[in-house]
Design a protein around this ligand. Structure first.
Ligand code: ZN
Length: 267
């Protein structure tokens, strides 16, 4: 069973052989991730706990966790594998060798935080009310701190990215920006991601005066919030019933309109 020490042995084998090599080809179930890696150079191979990181020169790393059954093999190009193809998790071809990972528990492409982000890691992000922060910077920060498969709602609540957004604003921002609560960072571009934080800063500042929290500034008697706390009530834009469910890393109550905020794959 691969434990931390096994991973270090694999790291000690792979690091001097892979470092500096260009990935000529990559077989991986996530074809988009594979395309991102082909042609990139390996910067470093490192082990942390039971995880092996193959860091590339474009700010991404291939993270593998071997679980109970995983292994890494090295073959000459075109050589016969010792395991069936269906057990393939990932293969990396360089000029001289093919490195093949079989039966891994997890393999994924992750963002490598920059040195600056590592220094700031664990601290609070810029304050959305007090600090003047460029939306672009907050978008980059969200991607540096969180994986691309993280939910946007978790990025909004993550105080390491930016501090100030609470659970009420989270649902309201998602509604105003017409984003499904299932939206992941990978499915939103930097401009749109930055806009969410810009909107958050605007809402937070407009609510500094005290009194009831307002995200809906219509001059009528209806709710001052679009969706939060309005489960089963009609959407104030389209009359569809508002949905709610506990979601995200911390299972926080999340409210949305299924019509106004359609899922990412139907856009
Ligand atoms: Zn609606």
């Amino acid at each position: 069973m691969p434990e931390g020490d096994t991973i270090h042995k694999i790291k000690n084998f792979l690091a001097p052989r892979l470092s500096g090599q260009v990935i000529d080809d990559m077989l991986f179930a996530d074809a988009a991730a594979a395309r991102r890696c082909i042609g990139r150079r390996v910067r470093d191979v490192s082990a942390r706990g039971k995880h092996l990181f193959i860091e590339l020169d474009h700010g991404y790393a291939i993270r593998s966790h071997l679980g109970m059954l995983g292994s890494w093999h090295r073959y000459a190009p075109g050589g016969d594998w010792q395991r069936p193809r269906k057990q393939l998790s990932l293969s990396l071809s360089t000029a001289d060798w093919e490195y093949v990972c079989f039966n891994a528990k997890e393999v994924e492409l992750v963002r490598v935080p920059s040195v600056r982000e590592r220094i700031l890691h664990g601290r609070l992000g810029p304050d959305l009310i007090g600090d003047e922060t460029e939306p672009d910077y907050l978008a980059r920060r969200a991607r540096d701190i969180l994986d691309e498969d993280a939910l946007l709602i978790d990025a909004l609540l993550d105080q390491r990215v930016a501090s100030g957004i609470g659970n009420v604003y989270k649902s309201e921002i998602m509604f105003i920006e017409k984003r499904s609560p299932e939206t992941r960072l990978a499915a939103i571009d930097d401009a749109a991601l930055g806009r969410c934080f810009e909107l958050a800063a605007d809402l937070l500042r407009r609510n500094l005066g005290g009194g009831r929290r307002i995200t809906r500034f219509e001059n009528d008697a209806a709710s001052k919030l679009w969706v939060y706390g309005r489960s089963e009530l009609p959407c104030l834009r389209c009359d569809t019933r508002i949905s709610s469910r506990r979601m995200g890393r911390h299972h926080r109550g999340t409210y949305w309109c299924p019509a106004c905020q359609s899922p990412p794959n139907s856009n």
